[in-house]
Design a binder for this molecule. Structure first.
Ligand code: UDP
Length: 449
């Protein structure tokens, strides 16, 4: 176990204000990182939007205290904005003001903030932090590889084989479809040169080549995967005390159901917290899961439920839920494969917990993540869409069988086990990410005076 921090060390430790972008896929990784910092003498204050604080069920932060800022939509959050552009503009305006008030307040608290760790989806946080003369670290929640096409305008990415257009981040060839999101992705790099550190949720061996390339320009530190210690290195004793959506009643439903399944027999399907499949695609997936003749656990968010085909009987072999405790599910011995949209968190979670993947990317960086999964790490196969953009039921079934039953599946399975070991090593005492986090902490202490 990690050596406990003494009270004196805590008293003198630096104070970091953590500011995530208010979506699940961004809050989770930065929160897990914050947990690791608390074990290395750092006091953490987590700033969430008023709406996030109000709507999160069962947030438990252990010794992490929470404060609020406002995105200008305290009642309804992002859903109450007319467009992504409107949301971002208002968040920037109201966020700047309320963050400045918070920093002012903390400055007078006897424990002023030394460093702001922020999500570059909200780059104005860096401007505010620098206005207060604070240290700042940009915390990227996507792969390293993703940053090159955007920042350099190039498509040849170190550490990746040449990519076909559909394998590149969707905003490169299709940014006209969602200009607000595209702008947000570009804005991440607007002022990032002013950041004292670039922290990335990856680990050295996973994206070695591209990390080395980026280190030529920035002070880059790979600090991931930001998987709770209890699932990997098992060094943090208080791991269970922290998290979002803890005590969700779905947890027991899912885990009891999994307990009754055979080892490595279950298909787990989930498309993260944002992706919306078309009704047609949902139908193909529904029939693929029922005809695969394997037990399946499928997460269909309540906003997506109306897309389930009318004649879709909640087959005795399957359990459909609106939310699943993904890390616990992926750690369960009954799970044999993960049909995923390849959001960066889901990709890292599947890889780090040794579960073979069937990649069904939808948009943004997911197609590039799928390319890494299949062609670089060899931990899964990609289910390809037909000329209408639909992944057919036959294609999904064939991919599932390929990873769960075929000769090639054995290769994928052993790669998955290999990567699980490497991910654990990175976070374990003296591992690359553990060292990078330790260095980050030491550098804050040195720089703050
Ligand atoms: N998640 C979960 N249960 C669900 C859906 C999502 O625990 O039912 C978690 C998942 O483990 C991951 C995050 O939410 O940490 C989703 O992040 P990802 O980057 O994979 O996708 P996004 O939601 O950003 O598209």
């Amino acid at each position: 176990p990690i050596k406990e921090v003494t009270d004196a060390e805590k008293e003198n430790g630096a104070h970091c204000l953590i500011l995530p972008h208010p979506t699940q896929g961004h809050i989770n990784p930065i929160l897990q990182f914050a947990k690791r910092l608390t074990h290395k003498r750092i006091k953490i204050t987590l700033a969430l939007t008023k709406f996030t604080l109000k709507t999160t069920t069962g947030f438990s932060g252990g010794s992490i205290s929470t404060r609020s800022i406002s995105d200008g939509f305290d009642e309804g959050g992002r859903a109450h904005a007319n467009s992504s552009e409107e949301y971002q503009a208002r968040f920037q305006q109201v966020g700047r003001e309320t963050l400045a008030e918070l920093l002012q307040d903390l400055a007078g608290s006897g424990r002023p903030v030394d460093c702001v760790v922020y999500d570059p989806f909200i780059p104005w946080v860096l401007d505010v932090a620098k206005g207060f003369g604070l240290l700042a670290a940009a915390f990227f929640t996507q792969s390293c590889a993703l940053k090159l096409p955007l920042s350099g305008g190039e498509v040849v990415v170190p550490g990746l084989p040449p990519m076909k257009p559909e394998e590149m981040p969707s905003f490169i060839h299709d940014h006209g479809s969602y200009p607000g999101t595209f702008q947000m992705l570009l804005n991440q790099f607007r002022n990032v040169d002013k950041a004292d550190w670039i922290l990335i949720n990856t680990f050295d061996k996973l994206e070695q080549e591209v990390l080395e390339w980026m280190s030529r320009f920035w002070r880059v530190k790979a600090i991931g995967p930001t998987i709770p210690s209890m699932y990997l290195d098992k060094r943090l004793q208080d791991d269970k005390e922290y998290g979002l959506n803890m005590f969700n009643p779905m947890t027991n439903t899912c885990m009891n159901w999994l307990d009754n399944q055979e080892p490595k027999s279950v298909i787990y399907a989930s498309f993260g917290s944002l992706a919306q499949l078309t009704a047609r695609q949902t139908k193909e997936l529904a029939y693929a899961l029922t005809t695969s003749n394997k037990p399946f656990l499928w997460v269909v968010r309540s906003t997506e439920e109306s897309k389930l085909p009318e004649d879709f009987s909640k087959s005795r072999k399957g359990l459909v839920v609106t939310w699943a405790p993904q890390l616990e599910v992926l750690s369960h011995m009954a799970v044999g494969c993960f049909v995923t949209h390849c959001g960066w968190n889901s990709t890292l979670e599947g890889l780090s917990l040794g579960v073979p993947l069937v990649a069904m990317p939808q948009w943004t960086d997911q197609s590039t993540n799928a390319k890494l999964v299949t062609d670089v790490w060899g931990v899964g196969v990609r289910a390809r869409a037909d000329c209408n953009g639909i992944v057919s039921r036959e294609e999904i079934v064939s991919c599932v069988k390929s990873v769960m039953e075929s000769e090639d599946g054995k290769r994928i399975g052993s790669n998955a086990v290999k990567w699980k070991g490497i991910a654990r090593e990175a976070l374990d005492l003296g591992g690359s990410s553990d060292k990078n986090i330790e260095e980050f902490v030491t550098e804050i202490m040195l720089k703050r005076y």
